[in-house]
Ligand binder design. Sequence first.
Ligand code: UDP
Length: 238
Amino acid sequence: MKINVLGVSFDNVTMVEALSRGEELLQGEGAHYVVTPNPEIVEACRADAEAMAAVNGADLVLPDGIGVIYGAKMLKTPLKERVPGIEFGTGMLEFCARNNKSVYLLGAKPGVAEQAAENLRSRYDGLIVSGTHDGYFSNDEEAAGWIRESGADMALICLGAPKQEKFMARWGEATGAKLLLGLGGAMDVFAGVAQRAPEFYVNHNLEWFYRLLKNPSRIGRMMKLPLFLVHVAAEKRG
Ligand code: UDP
């Protein structure tokens, strides 16, 4: 079932359900992609029709960020739970390692994807990383070709939003991968360049606050959250 929050159609799934759907897609035919919008991405989509189409065209639209959960609740169409993109990605990587599926890592600054590959290979015994490239390329078609030539079954696309969503919508099929995951800053976390918030912040739905403390320059981006809630409140009245 889909839940509409300000134009973005979220899948109302638990983490367990999302992973089982992801595994199905990875083992099925054709190319599929997964997006994990937070309030900032929903706001970006409202201002950019191409981004909105790319997000809603995904095979799985997972609610990342507590703001989306609050928004859906305010609209009286609650979502089952938050499904953080990085945790979904981790679950899918584990599945790939267990099932001999190869993964391509695309995104982040030069050297980061290579470091992430090294860390992930040692964390998930048997994980096959078919290739890596940074996210600062100028030709999308060429980038799709790197993934195709590597023969990857799955690809992590970490270019930031909405660039990664547009890339997956336009070039997903050309990559030859069965499943593409748009995971934003996750490559930096896998590489150890950025840290995920400590458990306390995650458990108390304060991950956004931790990221702000670590990186105060994000305040401009963070202001999208109150704006998002204002828009949800307006939608509720309307
Ligand atoms: N990035 C990239 N290519 C670009 C712009 C950004 O590979 O043209 C990377 C950037 O280096 C970072 C990630 O995309 O690793 C986006 O991180 P951000 O913290 O913005 O992600 P989010 O908050 O969406 O998870």
